[in-house]
Write a protein that binds this ligand. Structure first.
Ligand SMILES: Nc1ncnc2c1ncn2[C@@H]1O[C@H](COP(=O)(O)OP(=O)(O)O)[C@@H](O)[C@H]1O
Ligand SMILES: [Mg+2]
Length: 218
């Protein structure tokens, strides 16, 4: 029996409240219209063990968070399990995977203030992600104040990253934009200040362009 054609791996990146989860749901609908089955997942987390690590890192016990290096190690441990348990099997079975945050978030959040050296982060990424690099990364970009207002309107308790100050979120935005600039072959920067339908439209245009070989023309 022939093995199925490998699915495509799409990651959604960007700061808090930029609309990653909203876009993820919209894209699943658009891909379903093309007869494509998708797995929606997220990081940190995805698999049961990685979700346990998520709870630990985002709401650490005690009054302080983990050091940035410890965070980076935990994020990568969770990612390794997530890739083995969920992402690689789904891609091998022909499913498309849309992951809300992935390795760019580790580069940005654990590296952004120079806390962990980019060399260390990239080395971990090479070992953990290996050849399961995203086929396409959509980076959602919006002014920090707008994104934080949206995040506040969504309600719920802030995690350790969300609770940080404006300067941190500005640095996060700039770091994501830098990744998009340096890796235009993989990444597309999307104006996430637009209404949800427009964001979804821009994202779909990027997907249609990248995967023109597999997607039916509208
Ligand atoms: N393009 C948009 N314009 C206005 N509001 C949005 C947009 N995208 C998402 N929202 C709203 O903003 C909040 C945060 O969106 P969400 O998708 O949860 O962001 P993220 O997953 O990136 O943190 C939600 O209440 C969502 O309904
Ligand atoms: Mg989200």
């Amino acid at each position: 029996m022939n093995s199925p054609v490998r699915g495509r791996f799409i990651t959604l990146e960007g700061g808090e409240g930029t609309g990653k989860s909203t876009l993820q749901r919209a894209l699943q609908g658009q891909l379903a219209e093309q007869g494509i089955k998708t797995l929606l997942t997220r990081e940190p987390g995805g698999s049961p063990r990685a979700e346990a690590v998520r709870a630990l890192v985002l709401n650490p016990p005690g009054d302080t968070s983990f050091s940035p290096l410890a965070e980076a190690l935990l994020m990568n441990a969770a990612r390794s399990d997530h890739l083995d348990q969920l992402i690689r099997p789904a891609l091998a079975a022909g499913q498309w995977v849309i992951c809300d945050r992935f390795s760019d978030s580790t580069r940005v959040y654990q590296g952004v203030t120079g806390a962990v050296s980019p060399d260390v982060l990239l080395d971990m990424e090479r070992h953990v992600v290996a050849d399961t690099r995203p086929d396409l990364t959509l980076i959602l970009d919006a002014p920090v104040t707008l994104a934080l207002e949206r995040r506040a309107a969504r309600g719920g308790k802030l995690d350790v990253f969300e609770a940080r100050g404006l300067a941190f979120h500005e640095a996060v935005r700039a770091a994501f934009a830098d990744i998009a600039r340096h890796e235009p072959g993989r990444c597309t920067l999307i104006d996430a200040s637009l209404p949800p339908a427009d964001v979804a439209h821009l994202a779909w245009a990027a997907i249609a362009a990248r995967f023109a070989d597999v997607l039916a023309r509208p």
